[in-house]
Ligand binder design. Sequence first.
Ligand code: ARG
Length: 458
Amino acid sequence: MSKLWKGRTSAKTSALADEFNSSIKIDKRMYKEDIEGSMAHVAMLSHCNIISSADAKKISDGLKKILSDIDTGKLKIDDKAEDIHMFVEEVLTKRIGNVGKKLHTARSRNDQVALDIRLNLRKEITLINFSIDKLIALIIDIANENKDTVMSGFTHLQKAQPITFAHYILAYGMMFKRDMERLYDLYKRVNVSPIGACALAGTTYKTDRKYEAKLLNFDAICENSIDAVSDRDFIAEFASDLSIIAMHLSRLAEEVVIFTSNEFGYIELSDAVTTGSSIMPQKKNSDMAELVRGKTGRVYGNLVNILTLLKGLPLAYNKDMQEDKELVFDSIDTVKMSIDIFIEMLSTMKINKERMREDAATGFINATDLADYLVTKGMAFRDAYKISGEIVHYCISNKVDKFTLETLPLTIYKKYSKLFDKDVYKYINLETCVSRRTSYGGTSSKNIENQIKFLKLG
Ligand code: ARG
């Protein structure tokens, strides 16, 4: 491919420099946006009488043909080209002749690349939100089926208090809902058109940036042409939002790994999303969850990478910025796949309700309720807390923890306080503990219904 910027220099660059300089392998992913942007540009040039409508039609038809030829595979994108912008323009000129050279009037690759990436990220934001929405819908289904599935809630990964599996999984639903909101908010900042900023200073042609932006469905245009071509804060923001999504997925992944272990056995993944060991025949490993957790590292890395590449750049465009796309595309692909694999994992997993209930019965997770019981009988919470703790200590040191608080004889309870009576057993029953937690956002089934309603509001 020839170099369209030949002029000031001979453009006789070395093979190594060409390879080092080229971004086509990454930015060819934006060929649709590049052509879509060029079509709007040529329409604007004609609308403003900068080029004739006959020329505009030739260029526009040529671009359309290039688009369909790439789509159908008739035209292969040349990996030796410098970038997608140069490739399209050169093919166009080769195909329609000199009139193709008019396309690049009143624009520069600096605003063109800023436009392409904004158009591309707009689509990606919508796609990712669509996937998160599916994940939330799945979480709602799981919650609906597990409003009464009692399990241990944990703090410090130590058994803490009884909750339901619905309550637990809905916590992730809330996180993913905020992830979507963050992306919706970002969309507003991405959906601003930089085209027409040209290299940095604007142009002497009587262009109409608003007209062009409207053709491309932008809500607004960048107010300052230098800012339009210099900043990539929306990319850093996207990479940051994706990092937060990856972080949420990674926490859930960690719990999938823990909960599928033999020791927990709370859930079992389908064979379709687990692997075996090449040596240990008994193994069923949660590799997909581990990979989601592992890939979070690269998503964080991409964010740090983007922030670092931007931090020392003088205004306006610098070639360093070419690096941004590879990074954000990698984060997008990684997060998209992670969400998809999670949808597959969660929709096919088996929830072992009995095992969760059985495990919840050990570990004294109703010790807080035991203290609350004494409070209902008139004792101050601090005193009740102490007595409840001493009873747990008694069970553990006398190795009667297998009896659990629910089965500890009343005679022993009475040794600790006269206030204990046989109604204590009903009070500390795990199902009762769950249904009594009716404070807003709590684990009772009424609350769960409200939380599901909240998530469904979208
Ligand atoms: N491939 C370049 C990029 O991705 C396009 C812009 C090039 N602009 C320039 N002045 N060399 O950033």
